[in-house]
Write a protein that binds this ligand. Structure first.
Ligand code: IDP
Ligand code: MG
Length: 150
């Protein structure tokens, strides 16, 4: 079973979209194992986006991500990382397919509502950055056998 870190970015919280975004993940059958409303510090943003440090958009990205609260979530499920990435859609809202979160709710590039880990390795690193082990829940759900057949 795989885990992935999802962030509902400041624009999603400001636009009151969190409930609708969360519903999509619940509908898909991913299991919520961690969730909190939080403000990202500049230090955490720098760690999280370390790979983009040299990119021209980096400074604006850190300003955006620290500008207002986000919701951090951890979902667990079969192939959770790639399933969540498909649900998010392409990076830029104007480019993302309809039916995806970015494709359905936005048209901007920087303000693209959601972050999702891009590999199992990034997910492990990012879950660790955002959550203490005791903030993650291990529990069974009654329809698990019907949702994960491996
Ligand atoms: P991803 O979020 O789809 O994985 P990345 O390439 O990892 O996309 O970029 C991280 C974040 O940086 C994006 O979600 C977006 O908020 C921002 N970003 C990426 N490219 C640009 C750009 O060209 N202009 C402004 N912001 C960008
Ligand atoms: Mg990325």
């Amino acid at each position: 079973m795989e885990r992935t870190l999802i962030l509902f970015k400041p624009d999603a919280v400001q636009r009151r979209l969190c409930g609708r975004l969360l519903s999509r993940f619940e509908d898909k059958g991913l299991k919520l194992v961690g969730m909190k409303l939080m403000r990202i510090s500049p230090e955490l943003a720098a760690q999280h986006y370390e790979a983009h440090k040299e990119r021209p958009f980096y400074k604006g990205l850190v300003e955006f991500m620290t500008s207002a609260p986000v919701v951090a979530l951890v979902f667990e499920g079969s192939r959770a990382v790639s399933v969540a990435r498909k649900m998010m859609g392409a990076t830029f809202g104007f480019d993302a397919e309809s039916g995806t979160i970015r494709g359905d709710f936005g048209i901007s590039n920087q303000f693209n509502l959601i972050h999702g880990s891009d590999s199992a390795e990034s997910a492990a690193r990012e879950v660790d950055l955002f959550f203490k082990p005791e903030e993650l829940q291990e529990y069974g759900v009654c329809d698990e056998a019907w949702l994960a057949d491996e």
